[in-house]
Ligand binder design. Structure first.
Ligand code: ADP
Length: 448
């Protein structure tokens, strides 16, 4: 980059220099050439007056050094010519200045020599007796002038080149030094330093990006740890029912199950298989929610209807546990959401409320339509959750009482599914609970 800045500065300096030299030479030349022509016109005027009074004698007595004076008749015959090729009659009459003088009284022109090295300024005037007087002077052309000044110009260019070389290398160093010295870990360290004043916005952006990278990295590490823990827990949770299943199967295989307990063993194998398949289902649900639910189709759903369906499918469990379940309010509550996920949320909360309840207890599921949100509340008269456990129950595989959870067919993933399901709907979860009295889980879904 420093090389690029250096080269750019050098190139720009040289271009500006060449342009400046060209423009200055051209402007000066054009100015002086116009001045010369004006002067020539005045001299033509004066000479014309002299010729009108003194005729040929006046011209013969005149010092014509530096000029060429030609006096011709209106049909082109040369009366006097101070120059050498005095007999080119035709060419006099065809010239621009003579044509203009015949028409308007005066005329002038500029003519370059064939090799462009010289320019001839010509001025002509028609005298009262209709003869024509012509004064011409020859100068070096602008090209010739530039050739003459070639050496000094080259000297200026070389000096300017070296000066721009030194300036460019200093300037590129000055531009690059602060950038090279930035400590990427702490970009804002330089924000008060005058040398870095112009790049403070860059420093701020770098700082923001660094903070973003840091938080992304932490998030990634956290996710990776969670995944590792999850894989370890999941394999452990899957291994346990498999051991039980293979143990009972082995007993039956070895003929150690008689008519009485074969029934019991088969029952154990069935319940462990059910637990395993529930666990696998929960793992699949959770991994789909982990991806943020981007690929899931959202639609307008009636949260009340979904809650009712979930409660209905839990009726056998509730009956078995002697729990009364009530769904309150009854009117449709419409929200934009993913039906399967909303069903999982209600199902898991209501299932927990039944599982962690006392015989003869109650579960109330309410769906309320608020102005800008829909609220789902699952309230139970169960065992409750202590404040210490409340902060951990949403962790994967966390159970307050592992043996109770296992006994009631828990997987330890229900509330994690609720948490992730709420997250993909931008919903918030509030838990209110008192050990021995009961718990209340409230999920608030924003409508926008
Ligand atoms: P599980 O499959 O064990 O029910 P969850 O993730 O659904 O797993 O819940 C985690 C733990 O939180 C449960 O094991 C239980 O100890 C506790 N818990 C959840 N809901 C309730 C509730 N309504 N009342 C009391 N404890 C609950």
């Amino acid at each position: 980059m420093s090389k690029k800045i250096f080269t750019s500065i050098c190139i720009v300096t040289l271009i500006v220099l060449f342009l400046a030299l060209g423009i200055i030479t051209g402007t000066l030349y054009s100015h002086f050439s116009s001045e010369h022509l004006e002067q020539l016109k005045n001299e033509t005027e004066l000479t014309a007056r002299g010729v009108t009074i003194g005729g040929l004698t006046y011209l013969q007595d005149l010092d014509t050094a530096g000029f060429r004076i030609t006096w011709i008749t209106s049909d082109g015959a040369v009366l006097y010519d101070s120059g050498s090729d005095s007999n080119a009659t035709e060419s006099h009459m065809e010239t621009e200045e003579i044509k203009a003088a015949l028409e308007n009284g005066t005329g002038s022109s500029r003519r370059y020599s064939s090799n462009l090295s010289e320019i001839q300024l010509v001025s002509a005037k028609k005298l009262p007796n209709s003869t024509l007087l012509k004064l011409s002077v020859t100068h070096a052309s602008v090209f010739q002038l530039m050739l003459r000044f070639l050496l000094p110009m080259l000297a200026i260019i070389v000096i300017a080149f070296f000066a721009s070389f030194i300036l460019a290398s200093r300037l590129s160093k000055r531009i690059m030094d602060p950038i090279n010295n930035i400590d990427l870990d702490e970009p804002l360290k330089y924000s008060g330093n005058p040398a870095f004043a112009e790049i403070v916005p860059l420093l701020k952006r770098l700082d923001e990006q660094q903070a973003q990278i840091k938080s992304d990295k932490e998030e990634l590490e956290k996710t990776s740890i969670i995944r590792q823990e999850f894989t370890a827990n999941a394999s452990h949770e899957l291994k346990t029912p498999l051991h039980v299943i293979s143990g009972y199967a082995e007993l039956i295989e070895n003929g150690m199950a008689d008519g009485e307990n074969v029934h019991e063993f088969a029952g154990k194998i069935r319940s462990e298989s059910q637990r395993m398949s529930k666990l696998v289902e929960d793992i699949i649900d959770l991994s789909r929610l982990d991806s943020g639910g981007e690929d899931m189709v959202r639609e307008t759903c009636d949260l009340y209807k979904i809650a009712n369906n979930a409660v209905e499918s839990l009726a056998p469990e509730a009956d078995e546990a002697g729990i009364t379940v009530l769904v309150k309010n009854g009117a449709p509550v419409l929200i934009e959401g993913i039906p399967n996920v909303l069903y999982s949320i209600v199902y898991n909360l209501a299932s927990n409320a039944i599982k962690y309840n006392h015989k003869g207890g109650r579960v109330t599921v309410s769906v309320d339509d608020l102005d800008d949100a829909a609220r789902l509340t699952v309230q139970d008269t169960g065992i409750g959750i202590s404040p210490e456990d409340r902060s951990r129950i949403f962790e994967r595989f966390y159970r307050v009482d592992k043996s109770r959870s296992k006994a009631v067919g828990g997987t330890g993933l229900g509330l994690s599914i609720v948490k992730h399901g709420a997250k993909v709907h931008n919903a918030t979860i509030d838990v209110d609970s008192e050990p021995g009295i009961g718990s209340s889980f409230t999920v608030t879904f924003p409508k926008q």
